[in-house]
Write a protein that binds this ligand. Structure first.
Ligand code: ZN
Ligand code: ZN
Length: 136
């Protein structure tokens, strides 16, 4: 057997549980307005994962998709509204994980802020990570 890394995660109510059998990519703080609305927060913390690595092990029937743009589907728990992943039509083999739902500790830290041109006016970015007006 290979030494694959397995991460687990779940939504707030615990009805949806998932596993990632592989690596989690660069962690990005996204300040775009749609992420802010979807999360009710100053920014969303997202990281790319491979579709092939992602497995819902419980509660798949509760995962609801919302098309926030014609090409972006945001998938969330229909019981507790936790955002889990988003899927872009241009990159269907990559999911963007909402890493706040992870239960396994993640060793890597965020690497950048994106869409800071749209950040909440009341939010102050207090780290020295690179900031990009939109997507770099
Ligand atoms: Zn839930
Ligand atoms: Zn965003």
């Amino acid at each position: 057997m290979s030494e694959e890394k397995i991460y687990t995660g779940s939504c707030l109510c615990g009805a949806i549980r998932y596993e990632i059998h592989g690596e989690i990519g660069e962690v990005i703080q996204c300040h775009c307005k749609r992420c802010r609305k979807a999360n009710g927060t100053a920014f969303a913390t997202n990281a790319p994962i491979k579709k092939a690595d992602f497995k819902i092990v419980q509660g798949e029937h509760l995962l609801k998709k919302f098309a926030s743009t014609p090409t972006t589907a945001r998938c969330f728990c229909s019981e507790c509204a936790s955002p889990i992943i988003s899927i872009k039509a241009e990159t269907p083999d990559t999911y963007r994980l909402r890493i706040g739902t992870l239960d396994t500790p993640l060793e890597h830290k965020p690497v950048m802020h994106i869409f800071t041109a749209y950040k909440a006016e009341w939010d102050t970015i207090c780290d020295s990570l690179p900031q990009y007006d939109e997507r770099p």
